[in-house]
Design a protein. Structure first.
Length: 278
């Protein structure tokens, strides 16, 4: 099925180990195969994904877990990490504060992605779109991030107040018609049943993300043809867990059947931020 409003896409979900082992996945792929070592099973389901262009304003971080905005940038040096940190981080900090009302924003990393069909090299400076539903953080890893990236004198007080982890995602250079980003409306997610922790194994440490189980109730959305003047904020964690707001949003790259055959390959950048409130 493909209409101007809905496409059917193959969304990859995860199944945890059936033997009770802790789920894990390595951050770095095998350079000869392009595969990461893992003990989770990938399972694909044909899933409707709705293009919300024209009604994107109805989704926000509190109700759906994601929020679109038109925020042009004059910054062009996305391939130079030093410039990204020195020039694009401050601009993005101001955007997050404006859209959320946060009092403090601390970026802890960023990833530039460029789709390269047929290439298996997925080293840190050559990342491609992630083709699997996931959430970047768990509660435990979110708290660990505060301790990891903030001074010991600040962390205890910050953890007593509301904080979030939010990604700021933007296409680079061209509209993201090729392999766009799909986001799952949190209101369609069973937070406890649909997710499970996955250890993310780095060469020198461990992080933790969430795998996402298939649920036919999931409502997937995307903004077709997002331009470099548009961003989406993706909530990965919220310490406000009283049931009044979205806690996170699963997301994934996907192959859109309506993508023109001559569309440029998707290139994007995502910044990951600790977001604090007074």
């Amino acid at each position: 099925m493909a209409t101007p409003d809905v496409v059917t896409a193959s969304i990859a979900y995860s199944i945890p180990p059936q033997n009770g082992e802790r789920a894990y996945q390595t951050i770095n792929a095998d350079p000869t195969t392009g595969e990461r070592r893992k003990n989770i099973i990938r399972q694909e389901f044909d899933t409707p994904v709705e293009n919300v262009r024209g009604k994107e304003h109805t989704f926000n971080l509190d109700n759906a877990g994601f929020q679109f905005a038109h925020r042009p940038t004059k910054f062009k040096g996305f391939r130079e990490d030093k410039k990204v940190v020195e020039e694009y981080y401050p601009e993005s900090e101001a955007i997050i504060k404006e859209l959320t009302g946060a009092s403090r924003v601390v970026f802890f990393d960023h990833t530039r992605r460029l789709r390269r069909p047929g290439e298996i090299d997925d080293s840190p400076d050559r990342r491609q779109p992630v083709p699997q539903a996931h959430v970047d953080q768990t509660t435990a890893s979110s708290i660990a991030r505060v301790h990891r990236h903030l001074p010991p004198s600040d962390a205890p007080a910050l953890l007593r107040r509301r904080f979030q982890i939010i990604n700021l995602w933007r296409p680079i250079g061209n509209p993201a018609l090729d392999w766009p980003l799909a986001l799952c409306d949190y209101r369609s997610v069973d937070a406890k049943q649909d997710t499970f922790p996955v250890a993310l194994v780095y060469p020198d440490r461990e992080g933790e993300t969430m795998g996402v189980r298939h649920n036919p109730n999931h409502q997937w959305k995307y903004l077709r043809g997002m331009t470099p003047d548009e961003i989406v904020l993706i909530k990965c964690f919220d310490s406000k867990q009283d049931g009044s707001v979205a806690l996170f949003t699963p997301h994934t790259g996907f192959q859109d059947a309506t993508t023109p055959p001559d569309a440029p390959l998707r290139e994007s950048i995502e910044l990951r931020a600790l977001v604090f409130y007074d």
